[in-house]
Design a protein around this ligand. Structure first.
Ligand code: FAD
Ligand code: SF4
Length: 562
């Protein structure tokens, strides 16, 4: 069965970036088709943030057998619990392979809204320290943009999504347009003050910057601190595509959202040198379909978008559509984490917290900002926070009877954790390719991922544990336990870099507006476009780049250039 409607624009994926492309393109007047591989989401039925454990079949302890069989990879993510496992892919239906000795944990969501439903909502701007780093250090290629190019688009995106946070005026971490900050708790204030006193202003602890509303904004309600945001949010208080951008696109009357639409490949018109349409498999019926559009936005996530381009190869682009540079699929990055420290903060025994603040603390990057480190390039930020140990700590204690009951009913001490996210250097040898021997549940060839940490990432991870322990010691903490665990790439869920931007078509896939050098009506605005990784959570930058690319594409269409 073929479909012949021609749309002004086709957006592939409805997650963080696809939602933004849908909103911007429809608001600018384009009749837009959004193709989403996964199922639709109905907040009233799918969101489960208020369901208590005793209403869950396994009381929140998960169906471990099902998880082992169906989600052995997804189940390793902290957010994939009994409630929210349904927002993560089936590993059985969506396999991938890795090179021997190079594990990679690929955490994915396949539904309307993608991973914007389960994300951690931490949002930080990049600075020129990030955009200029490759050039200054002679690594990979230079970014074709600077902070000044993207700053107005950060403003634009932040005005819409709503961000809580504290302005600090730091050059390495520009302030966003903030709603009121959430409060630090007493133990976090102790650590913040000790850091300010002992590190001469070089290190700063602040409340996390998060895409959560601390007051009503844009028709969405303020957060009521129920806590488990990865299960959805019926008051739409945190930003997701389902909560904000897709409704905005829907409101224009120009969006056609088609769930259960697995994009197989793009149709390339070699004569016109344009993408003329998209080949789709209906996820339920498996019927092949075709849709046609004047411009195509690939927003299927950094690795999935590249997989679609590999599956769209033509005689001219035999290694993947728009890959004349040979860089498509290369330079895979993810933030290095699993370095930090935990400790007990003594005191405050008469204090407790009210509500479940859905946010932690942040220590912005301080390495290689003012002073140079000999052991590594670039830096990391530390996330984490303090909480009072609950009755659940008692489960692990020996004993029974009244004494045991009494012990478990008392809150424990204040526990503090610092956990780093470090910059990953772009490296041509970290790459993905098609695994010709394996297909997914729809018969589409899957990716083989070749990725491992380099020496710089490992040095950063080690330093995170040292610096975290230093700050806890300065705060008078006890039982300080530094950690630097051997976690593989992928687990920060910030995979990026597979279709990088650049000035030179010989060394990059996209130009400075996310437009493919080789195919003018093709844009890739997910994490694939990144030229380096900074150390901050990336989604805010993906959203800003998407809005900027949409603006450019529509202007180019008006001028008849596309
Ligand atoms: C638990 C968790 C915590 C996170 N925390 C943070 C955080 O605090 N801050 C931050 O910045 N980032 C965070 N992230 C990462 C963030 O979610 C991603 O960076 C972001 O969602 C990427 O946006 P995207 O549009 O590229 O991809 P997604 O949001 O993953 O959307 C991609 C969409 O494309 C669809 N798709 C894929 N293939 C096809 C196909 N062939 N055909 C049709 N549709 C397709 C998918 O079904 C999906 O809906 C977190 C992620 C997770 C899972
Ligand atoms: S904590 Fe706030 S943002 Fe999170 S689900 Fe509850 S109301 Fe929504």
């Amino acid at each position: 069965m073929k479909q012949e409607t021609t749309y002004d624009a086709i957006v592939i994926g409805s997650g963080m970036t696809g939602g933004w492309a849908a909103k911007e393109l429809t608001e600018k007047g384009l009749k837009t088709l959004v193709l989403e591989a996964g199922r639709p989401i109905v907040p009233e039925e799918d969101y489960v943030e208020h369901v208590p454990p005793w209403e869950m079949r396994f009381r929140g302890m998960r169906d471990r057998r099902k998880q082992r069989e169906d989600q052995p990879i997804q189940g390793t993510c902290y957010a994939c619990d009994e409630w929210s496992a349904k927002f993560f892919v089936s590993d059985k239906e969506n396999p991938y392979t890795t090179a021997p000795g190079k594990p990679f944990r690929w955490i994915r969501g396949r539904q309307v809204g993608g991973r914007s439903i389960m994300w951690g909502r931490q949002v930080y701007r990049w600075s020129d320290l990030d955009f200029e780093a490759n050039l200054r250090q002679g690594i990979a290629i230079d970014w074709p943009i600077r902070y000044a190019d993207i700053a107005p688009w950060y403003d634009y995106v932040e005005d819409f999504i709503g961000i809580t946070g504290e302005a600090l005026g730091l050059p390495q971490l520009p302030d966003s347009k903030f709603l009121p900050p959430m409060e630090l708790n007493c133990a976090e204030i102790t650590v913040r003050d000790a850091i300010a006193k002992h590190f001469g202003g070089e290190r700063v602890l602040t409340i996390g910057r998060a895409a959560i509303l601390t007051k009503a904004h844009g028709g969405r309600a303020a957060c009521h601190y129920c806590g488990p945001c990865e299960r959805g949010c019926i008051t739409r208080s945190y930003f997701s595509s389902v909560n904000a951008t897709l409704p905005a696109a829907e409101k224009t009357g120009r969006m056609t959202l088609r769930p259960h639409s697995v994009v197989h490949s793009l149709i390339f018109d070699a004569k016109a040198r344009r993408v003329s349409g998209v080949r789709v498999l209906d996820a339920q019926t498996r019927a092949p379909l075709e849709f046609h559009g004047k411009v195509v936005f690939l927003c299927a996530s950094a690795l999935e978008s590249v997989r679609i381009l590999f599956n769209s190869s033509t005689p001219e682009f035999s290694t993947g559509l728009a890959n004349s540079s040979g860089e498509l699929g290369h330079n895979v990055m993810d933030h290095v984490k699993a370095g930090g420290a935990t400790a007990i903060i003594p005191g405050h025994d008469d204090r407790f917290v009210l509500g479940r603040r859905p946010n932690g603390i942040y220590v912005p990057r301080f390495r290689n900002v003012k002073t140079k480190q000999a052991e590594f390039l670039r830096g990391y930020g530390l996330q984490g926070g303090a909480h009072r140990e609950s009755w659940q700590r008692g489960i692990a204690q020996p004993g029974f009877g009244p004494e045991f009951k009494k012990a478990t009913s008392q809150p424990g001490p204040w526990q503090f954790t610092f956990s780093g996210f470090g910059e990953c250097l772009p490296n041509h040898d970290n790459f993905v390719e098609l695994d010709k021997d394996k297909v997914d549940a729809w018969g589409i060839p899957v990716l083989k991922i070749h990725s491992s940490w380099g020496e710089n990432e490992l040095a950063l991870r080690k330093d995170m544990s040292i610096a975290a322990a230093e700050m806890l010691a300065a705060a008078g903490a006890r039982d300080i336990q530094p950690f630097a665990d051997d976690e593989p790439p992928g687990f920060s869920i910030h995979e990026m870099g597979t279709a990088r931007m650049g000035r030179d078509p010989k060394t990059s896939v996209l130009n400075s507006y996310n437009q493919a050098h080789d195919v003018k009506n093709l844009f890739i605005t997910d994490g694939g476009a990144m030229v380096s990784s900074s150390c901050v959570n990336p989604s805010l930058t993906y959203m800003a780049l998407t809005a900027r690319a949409c603006d450019y594409a529509v202007e180019q269409m008006k001028r008849g250039e596309i």
